[in-house]
Write a protein that binds this ligand. Structure first.
Ligand code: HEC
Length: 62
């Protein structure tokens, strides 16, 4: 899954974030529309969002 995000920046850029699912959604749209990230299939997009919203939420310990 994260091969996608690592293509442009180190995973640390992603892993140091603690965002709510809503904000991750906005971040992904921003990556796709403004940063040139190839848009994932809707099913992959949903899985990615679930993962980020679950494991990198504001409640996740660093
Ligand atoms: C096509 C290139 C590209 C891909 C693929 C990409 N990003 Fe990014 N991302 C960027 C760029 C460029 C920036 C820096 C933007 C800036 O600061 O103006 C960035 C910055 C970020 C940031 C930091 C935002 C902040 O507030 O500083 C996060 C979080 C992030 N990306 C998440 C992701 C995730 C999650 C994925 C995979 C689903 C992803 N990115 C895939 C180009 C990409």
């Amino acid at each position: 899954m994260f091969y996608l995000c690592q293509a442009c920046h180190s995973l640390k850029t992603v892993l140091q974030q603690r965002l709510s699912r809503e904000v991750w959604d906005e971040t992904l749209v921003w990556m796709i529309e403004e940063q040139g990230m190839p848009a994932p299939e809707p099913a992959d997009y949903a899985r990615l969002l679930d993962y980020l919203g679950t494991y990198l939420s504001p409640e996740t310990p660093r």
